[in-house]
Ligand binder design. Structure first.
Ligand SMILES: [Zn+2]
Length: 155
């Protein structure tokens, strides 16, 4: 390939990458929460739980950085779980350092499951702890607050 040709090929390639990045589904940005994937109703519910947890999360380091929720179809979730060595997780796991929560679409099978899983994961962030007992202490407060404010988002 001639230099000139190679150059235009490279520009073209860059352009394709740029278009791809711009067109990628970006989810909803709601305050400090970025949500990738899921349905409109699922994203609304997560936003509301995050709002309910705002008080708990304010104290943590990097509280000003956006927290990202990634909702994956269950088979993809299992692949991600294995890649992150989060072997015990059946429906959700979190990566505290990258502020990411990975959720299987099965978290939303019913309200009870969603109400258990999402506040639980946020409990890990609020306590900055990998221990289930610690996370649950904060999770209980987040669930209580979620029930107060997320009535319409939980339909
Ligand atoms: Zn946990």
């Amino acid at each position: 390939m001639e230099d000139r040709q190679r150059f235009s090929f490279w520009i073209c390639f860059q352009f394709v990458v740029l278009i791809y990045v711009l067109c990628m589904p970006r989810g909803t940005v709601a305050g400090e929460v970025v949500i990738v994937g899921g349905t409109e109703a699922q994203r609304r519910f997560i936003s509301c739980v995050a709002e309910a947890a705002a008080n708990e999360l304010r104290r943590i380091p990097n509280a000003d950085e956006p927290m990202t929720f990634v909702i994956l179809e269950h088979r993809k979730f299992l692949e991600a779980r294995d890649a992150f060595h989060a072997h015990g997780a059946s429906l959700a796991f979190s990566n505290l350092t990258s502020s990411r929560v990975y959720l299987s679409s099965r978290v939303f099978v019913d309200l009870e499951t969603a109400m258990w899983c999402i506040p639980h994961e946020l409990g890990h962030f609020a306590t900055q702890s990998l221990f289930e007992g610690h996370a649950e202490l904060a999770a209980e407060r987040i669930r209580w607050r979620t029930r107060q404010i997320c009535g319409s988002a939980s339909q």
